[in-house]
Design a binder for this molecule. Sequence first.
Ligand code: 2PG
Ligand code: MG
Length: 424
Amino acid sequence: MTAITQVHARQVLDSRGNPTVEVEVTTKAGFGRAIVPSGASTGEHEACELRDGNPSIFNGLSVMNAVNNVNTELFERVKGMDVQDLKTLDMTMIELDGTPNKSRLGANAILGLSMAAAHAAANEKNMMLWEHLNPKASRMPVPMMNVINGGSHADSSVDFQEFMIVPLGAASFTQALRFGTETFHALKKLLKEAGHSTSVGDEGGFAPNLGSNEEAMNFLVAAIERAGYVPGKDIAIALDPAVSEMFEGGMYHFKRSGGGCKTSDEMIELWEKWVRDYPIVSIEDGLDENDWEGWKKFHKALGKKIQIVGDDFLVTNTKFLSRAISEDAANAILIKVNQIGSMTEAMDAIHMAHDAKWRAIVSHRSGETEDITIADLVVAMECGQIKTGSLSRTDRIAKYNQLLRIEEALGDKAVYINPFSTTE
Ligand code: 2PG
Ligand code: MG
């Protein structure tokens, strides 16, 4: 009953208008469909996103080779396999690929099939995906909502990529979504009043040309207050400056704001100052992805006060994560399914983090679609935090709407916990 009978992939578009892979998996009693996301500020050690590279077609970004790999080689291999055994399915595909970073068949091909198979397995049982993956799950995630977009996600004068609001004082996910949305609208009014543009960047957050990175922080705090909330108590701030993008020749360059450059130690000093001045609970990729010594210092300086998250630094990879755990180089990992290229490996990274008492935050990519797999994944894995963009654009809202459905399905069982209320 649970054997895979059909697999079909096609090329579709993501939220930036770039091609990506959609996969459908069919069994006798089930059907699943999934679309693979795509990043802009990608980590150096991410799994390989296979693109065709023909400059005259979709600027080289078409994914027909990955699509064909799903429809031929991968389908041939997984045909007849048990869709309920995701681990074996994923390991089989990884083995068939045979490279360390999935560069032969494409991480986008393998992940598309992996996610679609998970949906088909849930569909066979007539369950929501989260429930199929973990029927005991009850913890809803606290969202990190990226309401000001800069860096590689916008054409603005802001160097840092993501300024996020975190409604940690809400009583439920549904209420958190309201807190965040009201703050988003308050921010829009404040920006308008100050004569700034309210057009949005890749993740649906505003992308104004501000005088400095600090000005973005001041706008966030003012928006939280304007919406009637208490900064730090009801709504805190999380940052993803994604500074690997600013790192060149051993220095961090503030090119967009014209703020000169800084050394690794000076970046840590900047973060210490910001943590003193603003209600910050989390900083992701505050240093370059290869600056291991810097990360250790950074963690030593601030790891007791705030969450220090490795994204480009750890690329959802247990190899990097285990090193970071043993070297005390951070205290949390961002989980992006396409950084590693299969559901099983992403879940392994979450387990490894939790076993080490680290936090794991499930995340979207800047290039997204209507696919909502990560909303179910974060609940199933009981991570307690999700990063999935701003409060505009359907590619971001789709995940929030799915979380509303999940919270409703959980009913009285749903719990919403402030992950920052206890210091670990
Ligand atoms: C990040 C992500 C998602 P991208 O850096 O965390 O917000 O961006 O997908 O471009 O890597
Ligand atoms: Mg990041």
